[in-house]
Design a protein around this ligand. Structure first.
Ligand code: F0G
Length: 368
């Protein structure tokens, strides 16, 4: 019989707050590849995998949470949804609101979101407002709109989002047969590290399903959670919120993470840590992924890889372990960074005349 991946709600229905009669809003999210990172494995002496979340319908991991949030919005009878975003949440909210037949409003920090993400929100018909402020200011306003106006908030302060995003951890365990030793990911608003830790914990113990009774544990252990922030936007490293976060990795340009307690719990309960990487380290990891592994991500998504490379250089990555890194969003979201060389100059494609001999000469080929 023909089979197609049904999206994270249907695939993991017995571990999510849904029932048979729930009207599911899905674009087929999840089921993303776990790619063996050959060069990172050679570098570290551990087996490193990339959970490639850019393969989701709108190009980022946000779709896992958005299917749940939009399903909850429809169940609540909402007519309109709102979110604050550094770009990916707004792209996802706009697409899933379209699938749900709901109005969507998104608040983004002016001038600080990539063209790809901006165009997605516009293409899907969202009302996009550029706020004269940063992401944290946008989230404040979105929360107040959700409280005092007839709009349903789909940011990750909505627990439905975390429920959906925990399926990333389920998929890693399902692919590997057990939890990895270490799970690495970028940290911004801290919803994803909270969600992965929830997923790993739920899979490592018997689970009381709302619809299927007690489900047995799937994994024998949980991983250490290693989170990495951009150095100019690293409130967890500072130990307090940052008022003026700054980084070229606009996706994680966040100073006052909403899921503060969840991230601290993930860090401490798992025996992991949250550290920072510089913009230069992020861009070097971004290049590493595209040039050595064949995986194109946006800069913010490379923060976890930058962190692993940094920790390896410091002699702090164990060998012989299984390490999974979530790379959170697709490189096409923010392609301009690929067109810059290491010294910051623009890459100029070589122009040639319309003639095979010239093209062969330019490629250094000699006739057979
Ligand atoms: N990577 C990407 C590509 C992101 O877009 C985000 C967050 C993160 C990592 C960090 O994840 O917030 O769960 O810690 N983007 C949000 C947005 C804030 O609005 O799209 P987090």
């Amino acid at each position: 019989m023909a089979h197609q991946w049904r999206g994270v709600i249907r695939e993991y229905a017995d571990r999510l707050p849904v029932t048979e009669s729930t009207k599911v809003i899905t674009l087929g999210e999840g089921g993303t590849p776990l790619v063996h990172a050959q060069k990172l494995s050679e570098l570290t002496g551990s087996t490193v995998y990339l959970k490639v979340e850019g393969m989701n319908p709108t190009g980022s991991f946000k779709d896992r949470g958005m299917t749940m949030a939009m399903t909850a919005a429809v169940a609540s009878g909402a007519k309109a949804v709102v979110c604050a975003s550094t770009g990916n949440t707004s792209a996802s909210a706009a697409a899933y609101a379209t699938a749900a037949g709901l109005q969507c409003a998104v608040l983004v920090p002016e001038g600080k979101i990539s063209m790809g993400k901006l165009s997605q929100a516009i293409a899907h018909g969202a009302t996009l407002l550029q706020v004269d402020g940063n992401f944290d200011n946008c989230l404040d306003i979105a929360r107040k709109l959700g409280e005092s106006y007839p709009v349903f908030l789909v940011n990750s302060v909505n627990p439905a989002r975390i429920q959906g995003q925990k399926t990333g951890a389920f998929e890693v365990v399902d692919a590997l047969g057990d939890a990895p030793d270490i799970h690495v990911l970028p940290v911004g608003n801290a919803g994803n590290i909270t969600a992965y830790w929830k997923g790993y914990k739920e899979y490592s113990a018997p689970f009381e399903s709302e619809t299927a009774g007690t489900l047995p544990a799937v994994s024998t252990r949980t991983p250490q959670m290693w989170g990495f922030q951009a150095a100019g936007a690293a409130p967890f490293v500072a130990g307090h919120p940052i008022t003026e976060p700054d980084t070229i990795a606009t996706a994680i340009r966040i100073g006052n993470p909403a899921s503060w307690d969840g991230a601290i719990a993930a860090r401490d309960e798992s025996g992991g840590f949250i550290d920072a990487v510089t913009d230069d380290e992020i861009l070097a990891a971004h290049r590493w992924l595209s040039a050595k592994e064949g995986v194109f991500v946006e800069p913010g998504s490379a923060a976890g890889v930058a962190g692993l490379i940094k920790k390896h250089a410091a002699g702090q990555v164990p060998t012989g372990k299984i390490i999974v890194i979530t790379v959170t969003g697709h490189g096409l979201k923010d392609p301009q960074w690929a067109l810059r060389t290491e010294d910051g100059s623009e890459v100029q494609p070589v122009k040639v005349s319309n003639d095979v001999v010239t093209v062969a000469a330019e490629l250094g080929l000699e006739e057979k």
